[in-house]
Design a protein around this ligand. Structure first.
Ligand code: ADP
Ligand code: MG
Length: 253
């Protein structure tokens, strides 16, 4: 048994009468690649929003790296090393690729008013460090040549890589990917998978929402299945496909 990096207990979120996430208790092994699957509307993206601090829970608790993060703000959770990407990438289209990556909320001295005022040299030093790190992660994701291009002109697949670059700015311990393969051409998808596997080899864990079952089966060590807000199955990839509850969920019962 590996250590648990992320755990939720009784996590719930309703929108009016709809229980989008309904009493979800799960544990994610440290350093693994876990798949999160389920039909549209199952609550996967809402669960990501809850874990990342963007959506407030109606009930329940979230622990990350042995500490409660329930109710923490998104930037605090990001800085703690738990980063997410979005199902629909959200770059600032009129800013360059490099600027988009540099905007990730790392611990920047420049954000502090007093530092700006009294310690401009420190701020310049931080900016230099941030720029160097941004170029490094752009190099890793294969986007270095696009650093000065406007983010808005990137292809869908390149925008997914940009999302990955952005979350790498904090040296995360766990990355939540929301449908990384959606709308990505096959060649770029191979690159994306390579990058995920390479990051995982460095000890970074992943929780991945994905409909591309080839990809899920290839890289995930375990799989969680959600339907109608609830976890209906947790297990090994080879067991998921034989599970009648899962088949029923996808067929809409
Ligand atoms: P998935 O990512 O598994 O497709 P979502 O988490 O996006 O599912 O959505 C789960 C359910 O919650 C859906 O029925 C969706 O319409 C609803 N939902 C999600 N976000 C909101 C919101 N902000 N307001 C109202 N309903 C929402
Ligand atoms: Mg979704």
């Amino acid at each position: 048994m590996s250590d648990v990096i992320l755990a939720t207990r009784g996590l719930s979120r309703s929108f009016g009468a709809l229980r989008a996430v309904d009493n979800v208790s799960l544990s994610i092994a440290d350093g693994g690649i876990t798949g999160l699957i389920g039909p549209n509307g199952a609550g996967k993206s809402t669960l990501f929003g809850l874990i990342a601090g963007e959506v407030m829970p109606s009930a329940g608790e979230i622990d990350f790296a042995g500490q409660s993060i329930t109710g923490f703000r998104p930037d605090r959770i990001f800085r703690a090393g738990l980063a997410r990407t979005f199902q629909i990438p959200r770059p600032f289209p009129k800013m360059t690729v490099l600027e988009n990556v540099m905007l990730a909320p790392t611990a920047q001295a420049g954000e502090q008013f007093w530092n700006n005022w009294f310690r401009p040299a420190l701020v310049r030093e931080e900016e230099k460090r941030c720029r160097a790190r941004a170029m490094e992660v752009l190099g890793f994701t294969g986007l270095a040549a696009k650093a000065q291009d406007l983010a808005g002109v990137l292809s869908g697949g390149q925008q997914k890589l940009l999302e990955l670059a952005r979350v790498m700015m904090v040296e995360p311990r766990l990355i939540l990917l929301d449908e990384p393969a959606a709308g990505v051409n096959p060649a770029l998808l191979e690159t994306l998978i390579e990058k995920i596997v390479a990051l995982n080899a460095r000890g970074i864990g992943f929780l991945i929402v994905e409909h591309n079952m080839d990809m899920v089966m290839r890289i995930c060590g375990s799989i969680i299945v959600m339907a109608q807000g609830q976890v209906i199955f947790t297990g090994r990839p080879q067991d998921v496909v034989r599970e009648q509850r899962v088949v029923d969920a996808y067929l809409g019962d």
